[in-house]
Design a protein around this ligand. Structure first.
Ligand code: PLP
Length: 431
């Protein structure tokens, strides 16, 4: 790491890189290579035996991606990170790194649809059971735990409900019983620091706010280095028993000379090696470019979204606005506890005119893009009932928080006057 600062604004510009020793290049070079020349056979053997850390093959690691990994770990106050090809790969790895067939994970019900599918279907097919619980009572996590529970999983600021997850309460339960809390912090980078509240692992889709410009799909896992895997050796066999896929390495022991990075080293040396979801160096470069302005962008995202929420709350065409800035009671208390510097860019609202009004509204937008993405610098909108959630029956849609007239916005960085003008003309068109 190039600086000692703990301030996010400084870390996103300086952590993990100063200048290229060979050329002086200030911007991180794109190391567009598959492989790396070994110095000699001893060097090669040491790298493969993990006696020395270094570059072997870009599926396992790459110098451009390494800068992004160091920067993300520094930003979150973690021990190490692993960057992968998508947020989906990061979510899958986060579980597969601890659980195998016959094991289970307890997850919040409030999840991104892709994660829900992964948990309810693909992991199930692999023999890993995901037990979904209502996160409004943290004790639900304890109640669903048994001897084969290997992890807890949740999103910091899940849409569409945008109810902030009780990170500290569930992390504390997990630390009592030996279960690490994995937090998907995709919707709240900078605003929320999950490790400060006891989370053990952070998952990101860097595709969203971190990349920030809708240009590169990517994902990351960050190891807090703060979970005592050895203390719970029976509960966490994946990190405490010999791994036949790496000549019998016991990961908690193997990493002792390096640091508290058993989780992330195992993910890299086994899952990334075997499943191959490696990030492309070019995508890592684009993501680094985005990361450099993340704190500044989050400020504007939050300011614009809060202004939009206040403005929408006064509109007669709208029956409900969903954004932490307009929440009250317990949900607002949680938002204030966990989100610092703003309430996020994601916002939902319900049109009195139902599904027909929702579709008309989206069709009338001129500035907002109609896309299935969030976290772009540009403002984005979607009508979930006719798109992302259209495969669900109306009852199931309602259970996930999607009513027929529900519209989701990811408020961007444009001037607030232009954002409100576009919303105004679209509301009129939908009336
Ligand atoms: N997690 C959350 C909260 C998301 O919103 C998404 C994508 O929308 C993902 C994970 C998956 O990320 P990706 O699309 O980069 O695979």
């Amino acid at each position: 790491m190039a600086v000692n600062s703990k301030k996010p604004e400084t870390l996103v510009l300086h952590a993990g890189w100063r200048a290229d020793p060979a050329t002086g290049s200030v911007a991180p070079p794109i190391f567009q290579t598959t492989s790396y020349q070994f110095r000699d056979t001893e060097h090669a053997a040491n790298l493969f035996a993990l006696k020395e850390l270094g570059n072997i093959y870009t599926r396992l690691g790459n110098p451009t991606t390494d800068i992004l990994e160091q920067r993300l770990a520094a930003l979150e106050g973690g021990a190490a990170a692993l960057v992968v090809s998508s947020g989906q790969a990061a979510s899958a790895f986060s579980i597969q790194n601890l659980a195998k067939a016959g094991d289970n994970v307890v997850s919040s019900t409030d999840l991104y649809g892709g994660t829900w599918n992964l948990f309810a279907n693909t992991l199930k097919d692999q023999g890993i059971e995901v037990r979904f619980v209502d996160p409004s009572d943290p004790e639900n996590f304890r109640r669903a735990t048994d001897a084969r529970t290997r992890a807890y999983y949740a999103e910091t600021l899940p849409n569409p409900k945008l109810a902030v997850f009780p990170i500290a309460d569930v992390a504390a339960i997990g630390r009592e019983v030996g279960v690490p809390l994995i937090m998907d912090n995709t919707a709240a980078p900078i605003l929320c620091r999950p490790f400060d509240h006891g989370a053990a692992i952070i998952v990101y889709s860097t595709t969203k706010f971190i990349g920030g410009h809708g240009a590169a799909i990517g994902g990351a896992l960050i190891d807090g280095g703060n979970f005592d895997w050895e203390k719970f050796a029976e509960r966490q066999p994946a990190l405490n028993t010999p791994d036949p896929s790496y000549h019998g390495a016991v990961w908690t022991q193997a990493v002792k000379p390096i640091g508290p990075v058993a989780y992330i080293i195992k993910a890299r040396t086994t899952l990334l090696r075997d499943l191959g979801a490696a990030a492309s160096p070019f995508n890592s470069f684009l993501t680094l470019q985005g990361l450099e302005t993340l704190p500044l962008r989050m400020e504007r995202h939050c300011a614009n979204a809060t202004a939009v929420a206040a403005w929408l709350s006064k509109r007669p065409e709208i029956t409900k606005v969903i954004h932490p800035s307009v929440q009250t009671g317990e949900p607002r208390a949680r938002a204030d506890k966990y989100l610092k510097g703003g309430y996020g860019a994601l916002l939902g609202f319900e049109l009195a005119g139902g599904a027909a009004a929702g579709r008309k509204f989206i069709d009338a937008l001129q500035l907002f893009y109609h896309v299935a993405n969030i976290g772009d610098a540009r403002s984005l909108a979607i009508h979930p009932a006719s798109t992302t959630h259209s495969q669900l029956a109306e009852e199931a849609q309602l259970a996930t928080g999607v009513s027929p007239g529900y519209v989701r916005l990811s408020v961007g960085l444009e001037h607030i006057d232009d954002i409100l003008a576009d919303l105004e003309q679209a509301l009129k068109a939908a009336a």
